[in-house]
Design a protein around this ligand. Structure first.
Ligand code: HAM
Length: 414
C-alpha cells in the first residue's frame, strides 16, 4: 500500500519552500522592527486550556479539536490556536513581572478537524502577534499596523480591513441577551444550526451566510447600542489612530469572531482573491483571558494570520533565478577530493555551490546547471587537470574561458 498524507494535511515541497522562507523572513524582520520577540510553545496542551479560553460552545472546541486521553489519564489536545498557549506561557513564566509590556510573536502548525476545502486545512500554519499589558487604544493601532505592514511588504493586493468592537464583558452579555430576545420569536425561521446556536452561542448567528437569516438579522439590535461610554471612547480612538496611520478600514457590526475570549476591538483582514475562505487574519482584544486562565488581570490584544492563505494570495515571480549559484563540474576521478575542496572555497566566498554526485556526463551536468539557473559552471577535465587550469562557463552568455586553478578564488572574489 502506498502511504499518502492524511485528509486535510499537505506536504510543503522544495518548489514551494522558498516562498515559505520568504514569508517567514518578512515576519521575523517586521516583528523585530516593532520590538516583538518570538515565543515557541508545544504542539499539544491540556484540553481544558482550550475549552476554558476559546469556549465550550464554539465550533473549534465542540467539534474540531484533535483530542485524546493520555496514558496517564489526562486529556490532551493538538493546539487548534495559539493565543491560549501563549497566555498559558505568559502566566507560567511570570512574564508580566519581567516587563509591564510583553510583545510576543509566533509561527507554527495548528490542527482543526474542519471540512477541507480551498484555504481550509486540518493542519495549517499561522503566524501571530500578541501584546500583553496595555489597555490603551494605541496598542490596538500598533497591532493592526503590524498586520498592515506585513501584508504590504508581501505585496498583497485587494486586502480590506474589517473592524468592530464587542465591547467590554458587561456589554457583550447584555447584547447576547438582547439578541436572544429578538431572535427567539423568529426561531422557526432559523436553520437547525442557528436554532442550536440560539441556545449555546447566539452571537455566532450573526456570522450566517444564509440570505434569509441575513434578512432577519438586518433588523436585529446591534452591538453598538450596548457599548459603555468607555467602550465608545476606546473604539473611536482606535479609528482615529488608524486614520492617522492611513490604514483604511470599514466597520462591520456583524463581525463576531469564532472564539469566545474577545472584548472590545476585533478585526479581520480579508483578501478579495481567495473565494469563500477569505479571512487571511483575525484578532482582537482579550482583556479578561489572562485572569480567566489563572493570571493577574492583564489587558491584551493580538491577531493570527493563516500562512497558507497568505501564500495563496501572493504573486510569485516564477522566473526568479538564483544568481548566486555556481555549478562545479568535475569529470576526473582522481580530482574528486580537489573538486570538493574547490566547492568549499567558493562557498566561503558566499556562493551557493552545487556539485554532481551522480557522476553524470558533461552534457547532463550543464543541462542541470541551466535548469537550476546557475550563474556559472566551473569545469575540470583531464586536459585542465594536466595544465592546472579550469574552464569557466558563463551560463547566460555561453562564453567560456580557461583560467589557472590558483586564479579561481580571485576570479570569483566579488
Ligand atoms: P482564527 O480567526 O481562528 O483566530 O484564525 C486566524 C486565521 O487562521 C484565519 O483568519 C485564517 O487565515 C487561518 N485559519 C484558521 N483556520 C484555518 C484552517 N482550517 N485552514 C487554513 N487557515 C486557517 C485565531 O486563531 C486567534 N487565536 C487569533 C488571535 C490571536 N486573536 C488574538 N490573538
Amino acid at each position: 500500500m502506498a502511504f499518502r498524507t492524511i485528509k486535510g494535511t499537505h506536504d510543503i515541497l522544495p518548489e514551494d519552500s522558498a516562498h515559505w522562507q520568504k514569508l517567514e523572513r518578512i515576519i521575523h524582520h517586521t516583528a523585530a522592527r516593532f520590538g516583538y520577540s518570538e515565543i515557541r510553545t508545544p504542539i499539544f496542551e491540556d484540553t481544558s486550556l482550550f475549552s476554558r479560553s476559546v469556549g465550550e460552545d464554539t465550533d473549534i472546541v465542540s467539534k474540531e479539536m484533535y483530542t485524546w486521553e493520555d496514558r496517564s489519564g489526562g486529556s490532551l489536545t493538538l493546539r487548534p490556536e495559539l493565543t491560549a498557549p501563549v497566555v498559558r506561557a505568559y502566566i507560567q513564566h511570570n512574564l508580566g513581572s519581567k516587563s509591564p509590556l510583553q510583545r510576543l510573536y509566533y509561527m507554527g502548525p495548528l490542527f482543526r478537524r474542519e471540512r477541507p476545502q480551498k484555504g481550509r486545512q486540518r493542519q495549517f500554519h499561522q503566524f501571530g502577534i500578541e501584546a500583553f499589558g496595555s489597555e490603551f487604544p494605541e496598542q490596538d493601532a500598533e497591532i493592526i499596523a503590524i498586520g498592515h505592514t506585513i501584508f504590504s511588504e508581501l505585496g498583497l493586493k485587494d486586502i480590506s480591513l474589517k473592524l468592530n468592537s464587542l465591547g467590554s464583558g458587561e456589554c457583550r452579555s447584555q447584547y447576547t441577551h438582547a439578541l436572544k430576545n429578538y431572535l427567539s420569536p423568529l426561531k422557526d425561521q432559523l436553520s437547525s444550526t442557528s436554532q442550536q446556536r440560539l441556545e449555546t452561542n447566539p452571537l455566532r448567528i450573526l456570522d450566517t451566510k444564509n440570505p434569509d437569516e441575513q434578512n432577519l438579522i438586518a433588523d436585529a439590535p446591534t452591538i453598538a447600542d450596548y457599548w459603555t461610554a468607555d467602550d465608545k471612547i476606546h473604539f473611536s480612538t482606535v479609528q482615529q489612530l488608524l486614520n492617522e496611520l492611513n490604514i483604511p478600514f470599514e466597520i462591520d457590526y456583524q463581525m463576531v469572531r469564532g472564539l469566545d475570549y474577545y472584548t472590545r476591538t476585533t478585526f479581520e483582514f480579508i483578501s478579495g482573491n481567495l473565494g469563500a475562505q477569505d479571512a487571511i487574519c483575525g484578532g482582537g482584544r482579550y482583556d479578561g483571558l489572562v485572569e480567566t486562565l489563572g493570571g493577574k488581570p492583564t489587558p491584551a490584544i493580538g491577531f493570527a494570520a493563516g500562512m497558507e492563505r497568505i501564500l495563496m494570495s501572493m504573486d510569485f515571480d516564477n522566473n526568479s533565478t538564483e544568481h548566486n549559484t555556481v555549478y562545479l563540474i568535475n569529470l576526473v576521478e582522481s580530482a574528486r577530493g580537489q573538486a570538493l575542496s574547490m566547492a568549499n572555497e567558493l562557498r566561503e566566498l558566499g556562493y551557493n555551490v552545487i556539485t554532481d554526485t551522480l557522476r553524470r556526463s558533461l552534457k547532463a551536468q550543464l543541462r542541470d546547471a541551466n535548469r537550476i539557473g546557475a550563474l556559472k559552471a566551473v569545469i575540470i577535465g583531464e586536459e585542465e587537470l594536466k595544465n592546472e587550469t579550469v574552464q569557466i562557463k558563463d551560463l547566460s552568455s555561453g562564453e567560456q574561458n580557461e583560467i589557472a586553478i590558483n586564479e579561481l578564488v580571485k576570479h570569483f572574489t566579488i
